[in-house]
Design a binder for this molecule. Structure first.
Ligand SMILES: Cc1ncc(COP(=O)(O)O)c(C=O)c1O
Length: 454
């Protein structure tokens, strides 16, 4: 606690408050059905919120602000396993001591948000921590944004400035890059930009085909060569999610990525890796580190787990003054949390072949194997993924069946979300706070729900 006001009294209160909050939050440590008398409150508040937003919610969910580890409480008093955690944000789990501490520390500061003009120690320390973690690469700078989409916009602007007038961008089929005016064109699904004018020129090539792994690189390289034949070398960069999140966790091999990146380098096309969803969730802090691709990356975007968002880039890509700025870096609490999260993850035993993330992945995969070969034979046509990014298909894997399954699973006490389309997958973005006993219970709920719905 070195930032903000300090005194023995504050220190004392801080420690007492920290313990008192943690003790209270730790009570939310098991699943529980809704309280009969609170059901109406949830229905009413959601109905009102839906009116305000002008649109319905997928799940009848409103958090109470209470929860611990993998558990989250709703305002109807029900407690569920949260296996999607705000689409990948709460990797450490609910009310993790790091989150509580980051918020309390921020309260000793004189402001809420850190900005670009008059700097604070928090964004300085977080930048230092992040750049320290990518020392093996050529990434030398980090610029904060307030969303993953805006980190993507920053990436694109610095690439455009460097490569002007080569403004075309290569992206991948099924990719998701966000919903800003630029990123909606990078995102593959045209339904997400209905009625929008096209603002940037993006060409999408096929990603790794897990059903045809040997031919995948050749197919992608052929598509890349065709682009150059068609448009000339008018490209600034190639952007890729190494683990495609919204597609349902499609990913290739080191050889596949190296083949693509060598092709890009030989054409003077920069490599931009989008790690907004994969950051911190695979077998290394960055997915590009897990695949050993440090030497190739020129730009990397991050968000979600970091509790802040931003863009890494090389010395060579440092833009001219005036191109990128903005009022906010992010909140003081999120900067505090981001720094502590990176330190906790990299100093603890989470990464590598013997790290906890790999262990959780294997525990889940062996349970999926048991169900798909046993009581749920023929009902789980696919399961897979990497690290804490796991997905599976149920029944005919249509959106209709998958949505019905997820809603029943929610009622039975587990929150998941979908990814991909026909086949539509059930997606888990797992928290690290899962214990073996939780995993046993999760799979007995999954088994029951599969047998109920499929
Ligand atoms: C890979 C990827 N890139 C970019 C984004 C956009 O991030 P945000 O929703 O914070 O704008 C997302 C969000 O899901 C994502 O998964």
């Amino acid at each position: 606690m070195a930032i903000g006001v300090q005194s023995n009294e504050i220190h004392d209160h801080f420690n007492k408050l920290f313990s008192a909050i943690l003790i209270e939050q730790q009570k939310y440590d098991h699943i529980k059905a809704a309280d009969q008398e609170k059901r109406e409150i949830l229905t009413q508040k959601l109905k009102e919120f839906e009116q305000l937003k002008g649109r319905g919610f997928f799940y009848p969910f409103m958090a109470s602000g209470r929860g611990h580890g993998p558990f989250v409480e709703l305002i109807d008093g029900s407690i569920k396993y949260d296996l999607i955690n705000a689409i990948g944000v709460n990797l450490l789990g609910h009310s993790h001591p790091i989150y509580i501490k980051a918020n309390l520390e921020a309260a000793t500061s004189d402001t809420m948000m850190a900005g670009n003009l008059l700097s604070y120690q928090e964004p300085y320390e977080l930048s230092q921590t992040l750049l320290n973690a990518v020392k093996k690469s050529k990434l030398k700078h980090f610029w904060f944004s307030c969303s993953g989409s805006f980190a993507g916009d920053t990436a694109l602007k610095i690439l455009w400035q460097k490569k002007a007038p080569n403004y075309r961008l290569i992206a991948f089929q099924k990719s998701f890059a966000g919903r800003s005016i630029a990123m909606q064109d990078v995102t593959y699904n045209p339904a997400y930009r209905e009625g929008m004018p096209q603002t940037i020129s993006v060409d999408h090539v096929p990603h790794f085909d897990y059903k045809n792994p040997e031919k995948s690189l050749e197919m992608t390289l052929d598509a890349l060569d065709d682009l150059i034949k068609k448009n000339g070398n008018t490209y600034c960069a190639i952007t890729i999610e190494l683990i495609q999140g919204e597609a349902g966790f499609i990913y290739g091999t080191k050889e596949y990525y190296e083949g693509i990146f060598k092709w890009a380098k030989s054409h003077g096309i920069y490599v931009w890796v989008d790690e907004v969803q994969s950051f911190a969730r695979t077998h290394e802090l960055f997915a590009f580190q897990m695949f050993g691709l440090d030497e190739y990356v020129d730009v990397v975007t991050v968000g979600k787990v970091l509790q802040a968002c931003g863009t890494f880039y090389t010395e060579e890509l440092n833009p001219k003054p005036g191109l990128i700025a903005g009022t906010f870096n992010g909140s003081i609490a999120s900067m505090n949390a981001g720094k502590a999260i990176v330190r906790y993850l990299t100093e603890g035993n989470f990464y590598g072949e013997n790290g906890r993330i790999k262990e959780i992945e294997e525990l889940f995969k062996s349970q999926f194997k048991r169900l798909s070969e046993g009581s749920c034979k023929g009902k789980i046509p696919y399961y897979g993924g990497v690290g804490t990014m796991l997905s599976f298909e149920v029944g005919d894997a249509t959106t209709e069946t998958t949505n019905k399954f997820m809603k029943t699973l929610f009622e039975n006490g587990i929150i998941s979300f979908s990814a991909g389309k026909e086949p539509t997958r059930v997606r888990f973005l797992l928290p690290l706070s899962l214990l073996e006993e939780h995993i046993q219970e999760i799979f007995s709920i999954l088994e029951r729900t599969i047998l109920e719905v499929i």
